[in-house]
Design a protein around this ligand. Sequence first.
Ligand SMILES: C[S@@+](CC[C@H](N)C(=O)[O-])C[C@H]1O[C@@H](n2cnc3c(N)ncnc32)[C@H](O)[C@@H]1O
Length: 275
Amino acid sequence: MTSATDWQGTVGRSWAQEWQRTDISFGELTPHLLAAIAAEPGRQIVDLGCGAGELSIAVAAARADAVVTGVDISADLVATASARATAGNVQFVMADATHWRPESGRPDLYVSRHGVMFFPDPPQAFAHLAAVAEPGARMVFSCFRKAAENGWAREIAGLLPPSEPPAPQRFAPGPFAFADPDHVRLCMAGWTDHVFAPVDFAYVAGAGADPVGEAMALFRRIGPAASALRTLPEPQRSEVEERLLALVEAHLEGGRVTFPAAAWVVSASSDHRNG
Ligand SMILES: C[S@@+](CC[C@H](N)C(=O)[O-])C[C@H]1O[C@@H](n2cnc3c(N)ncnc32)[C@H](O)[C@@H]1O
């Protein structure tokens, strides 16, 4: 589980400091998401949980006639995104997307790359987003499918000491919270006509001159190994680090460290008709 408080604190700060590496890790998914977004009309576009802003910036660059607003709950990530943006039609706002209201112009298209599965009360959040948008607004987002289908998560989890599973919670936020389409439909109160397009892609953990070093640097800060490496006492910490290095080396091929990853690109329409 990754809570809003985590994103406002250390997790958001790590993502802000590692934005080049996280953008590379999603590099093979992003074109699929951008293609799905390009097929949608929209002039007031809002990127939910925009993080360091790569998707917002790419959508704004592709659509000069649109205004893109990236909304994120992490001050560190909004500062990073704002510093990267140069185009006049993209802006970033620090806010909890589940209560955010547009200052002007109702959104007609919401987009998100792996942001919406972290909402603490998804039915409230999606109903609110439909209510503040244009009637019939569209939404396109990506999210991970099951952890078992995502080699990067499954294989890293297998290296870690067993931990107490969290108490079951119906709408627990987290990277795999939107893996099941039936559950996503339940979460998306106020939205209809869902389409779930599966995308299998290579999660690029490391590339460039030192792909193994890059992958280790990513996994020390982001993902399932990061908190274990931060909190485990010695010698367990060093043992995890050694096992992680062996795993990363085993996934080095063609100058990149990659792991199989599986996502949905989900699209839907608001069924809010009263404005
Ligand atoms: C996995 S990261 C994805 C970031 C970015 N979309 C990307 O693709 O790099 C999830 C993002 O959702 C943001 N987030 C989580 N809960 C949020 C909320 N209630 N309102 C706004 N942003 C939220 C986090 O701060 C984080 O930036």
